[in-house]
Write a protein that binds this ligand. Structure first.
Ligand SMILES: NC(=O)c1ccc[n+]([C@@H]2O[C@H](COP(=O)([O-])OP(=O)(O)OC[C@H]3O[C@@H](n4cnc5c(N)ncnc54)[C@H](O)[C@@H]3O)[C@@H](O)[C@H]2O)c1
Length: 263
């Protein structure tokens, strides 16, 4: 499914594509890039969520062009079709916010092969499929920027998250690998590593009792969970010319959690 809406005074900014665009961090990233006057491509598995996000963006940024594709990042055929649709619509892709992901919190002795595959398929393989498609577009137009949302749990570990940690560590390694391979193509690739951020994903874990918000705040040197906007600011920097010499980096936005070796 593809759905396009052209803003009243259509902008001619960079083409910025975001996966996992319907809610949470991805949705917040779109606000920031819309405010910069970029042209937006939204991908998500949730068609209703995408339609709602598109309506809100049209309401809040009437000059910004939006183009939606419904697809699962875990399905390489759907990903190829989605990027073909974006290429057909905009003719180029300048920035990929490779953000779609799921959590997988389960004791490792109980983790099923299906659980493992689901986390790896979405959180790691999906990131690669989208990187490869974006890389092909960016090579053809002389370069671009890819920001892969990993996690602080791609850098440090936690119990009962084996598949998630393995996938996110894979995203960090993948980002570095593509950064060194594609630098000569003018493509910068970085990993963004959030700590605990208040989104639907984390709220559902708190509601299920899988996370304790007070303990997380107490363990975080800055004394709070992050907001989507905390992560958005880092994405805007990495996507900007201010980061022109930054590639192959895993940038933490975690309030100091990872640095803290105490308690
Ligand atoms: N929230 C946090 O604390 C936190 C911390 C570290 C990393 N992250 C990472 O940030 C990213 C965004 O997380 P969030 O908190 O905004 O999550 P969220 O659940 O609020 O949003 C995730 C979005 O991804 C979409 N999605 C899920 N599976 C998909 C698939 N197969 N194909 C396409 N879209 C799919 C969902 O429909 C949803 O719109 C994820 O990669 C997550 O692992 C989040």
């Amino acid at each position: 499914m593809a759905n396009s809406k052209e803003g009243a005074g259509a902008s001619a900014g960079r083409v910025v594509m975001c996966t996992g665009a319907a809610q949470g961090i991805g949705r917040a990233m779109l606000n920031a890039f819309a405010a910069q006057g970029e042209r937006l491509a939204l991908l998500d598995i949730d068609a209703d969520g995408l339609a709602a996000a598109q309506s809100e963006l049209q309401r809040d940024y009437p000059d910004v062009e939006t183009f939606c594709v419904t697809a699962s990042v875990a399905d390489d055929v759907q990903v190829a079709q989605a990027f073909d649709a974006v290429r057909a619509h905009y003719g180029r892709l300048d920035v990929l916010l490779n953000n779609a992901g799921i959590s997988m919190n389960r004791p490792s002795l109980e983790l099923t092969p299906a659980d493992w595959r689901r986390a790896i398929d979405i959180d790691l393989s999906g990131v690669f499929y989208c990187c490869q498609q974006a890389g092909r577009s960016m090579q053809a137009t002389g370069g671009g920027v890819i920001i892969n949302t990993a996690s602080m749990y791609g850098v440090v570990a936690a119990p009962e998250r084996a598949a998630y940690c393995a996938a996110k560590a894979g995203v960090v390694a993948l980002s570095k690998s593509l950064a060194v391979e594609w630098a000569e193509l003018g493509i910068r690739v970085n990993a963004l590593c959030p700590g605990y951020i208040r989104t639907a994903l984390v709220d559902s874990l708190i509601e299920r009792g899988a996370l304790d918000a007070q303990r997380i705040s107490a363990r975080t040197p800055m004394g709070r969970l992050g907001t989507p906007e905390d992560v958005v600011a880092v994405a805007c920097f990495l996507a900007s010319d201010a980061a022109a010499f930054v590639t192959g980096h895993a940038m933490l936005a975690d309030g100091g959690w990872t640095a803290n070796g105490y308690m």
